[in-house]
Design a protein around this ligand. Structure first.
Ligand code: FAD
Ligand code: NAP
Length: 310
């Protein structure tokens, strides 16, 4: 089947906070802009219950914030297309962005594909996924009313989601591989003050136990080498992020782990290809930095396209 050809100025890949802001800035600069998303616009924000660190909203639900961003992104005639981008072909100044049914020919591309949750890679994890093993408290927390839950990890996600899960669970046990959390202090303080949350320190999960559903985990204390079993009906895994950069892996614009390297203008080493948001190699992965990146990338795409006219 021949793919439908769409000719445009800018293609934005991904409609999370970074992609939606990039689409807003590019379309408002009068560029013909196509924003391609393989899921629901909003990205990770859709999986966040409460956002309390995005300026302009003292407290807002993730899906509500995503909806506001989407409305803003569409105001200046950007086109939102459903599609899963497989790869980008570079043909001189033109870039061809491929999905299974369409090819978009554009002068500039902004990659805003974010990241996904790292898996632990232990026995039982894949087998019991959806049967007690989860990576999304907002999606699945409700199923664990009055049940015992384990959260694995010590970063912002693990600590924030552990607190969120206490509204459903009878008890939440956070298992962390060190004796100190990585999470922001405000999130730590809230978790330490929550009587439903317990911590198991210096321990890693070796196996998730259960046949038809999660029954618990086997853990090992990394200091003493001692193993033990912790019973629970749910295991929520928050052990960091992996970049969604498969579509650009052959372009030579990523580091060894797959994060896209950019300069301050969100430009990659490939002229006309920009990146924004969590998929970039960066220090702070937040909604506010993703939108900042998106604005910069949208503006720089405009500058780049103008420079082609010289
Ligand atoms: P994403 O939000 O990940 O969006 C990327 C989009 O690209 C997705 O919609 C995806 O479907 C799409 N995509 C990927 N690959 C393709 C492809 N090949 N083709 C088409 N589309 C594709 N930050 C805060 O500031 N405050 C918080 O309270 C907060 N809470 C969080 C809670 C959790 C549990 C997590 C995991 C993160 C939280 N964050 C929070 C971080 C914040 O969600 C991210 O930093 C932000 O969403 C990054 O935006 P992004 O647009 O770069 O990526
Ligand atoms: P993260 O900050 O990378 O933290 C991952 C945690 O998992 C760390 O505590 C790490 O331990 C642990 N870990 C990693 N690999 C492990 C393994 N194999 N086994 C056991 N533990 C392992 O990831 P995150 O918490 O998902 O956060 C991702 C980004 O989103 C961050 O930039 C964060 O700031 C942002 N975010 C922000 C908010 C907010 O602002 N409210 C909320 C959620 C997320 P070590 O500490 O020992 O490395």
């Amino acid at each position: 089947m021949e793919k439908e050809l769409i000719v445009t100025d800018v293609v934005v890949i991904g409609a999370g906070p970074a992609g939606m802001t990039a689409a807003l800035y590019a379309s408002r600069a009068n560029l013909k802009t196509h924003m391609i998303e393989k899921g629901v616009p909003g990205g990770e924000v859709n999986n966040t219950a409460d956002v309390e660190n995005y300026p302009g909203f003292s407290l807002v639900s993730g899906p509500e914030l995503a909806q506001h961003m989407y409305q803003g992104a569409m105001r200046f005639d950007a086109v939102h297309d459903y599609g899963d981008v497989s790869h980008i072909e570079v043909a001189g100044d033109l870039k061809r962005v491929h999905t299974s049914s369409k090819v978009y020919e554009a002068k500039a591309v902004i990659v805003a594909t974010g990241s996904f949750h790292r898996h632990l890679g232990v026995p039982g994890e894949e087998e019991l996924a959806g049967r007690g093993v989860s990576y999304c408290a907002v999606c699945d927390g409700f199923f664990f009313r009055d049940k015992e839950i384990i959260v694995v990890g010590g970063g912002d996600s693990a600590v924030e989601e552990a607190h969120y899960l206490t509204q459903f669970a009878s008890k939440v046990t956070v298992i962390h591989r060190r004796d100190e959390l990585r999470a922001q202090k405000v999130l730590q303080d809230r978790a330490f003050a929550n009587p439903k949350i317990e911590f198991i320190w210096d321990s890693v999960v070796e196996e998730i136990l259960g046949t038809d559903a999660v029954e618990g985990v086997q853990i090992k204390n990394v200091k003493t080498g001692q193993t033990s079993r912790v019973d629970a009906q749910g295991v929520f895994i928050y052990v960091g992020l992996v970049p969604n950069s498969e579509a650009v892996k052959d372009l030579g614009i990523t580091d060894a782990e797959g994060w896209i390297i950019t300069d301050d203008h969100m430009a990659t080493s490939l002229p006309g290809v920009f990146a924004a948001g969590d998929v970039r190699q960066k220090h702070l992965r937040q909604i506010v930095t993703a939108t900042g990146d998106g604005g910069t990338a949208g503006f720089q795409a405009y500058q780049y396209i103008e420079s082609l006219k010289d």
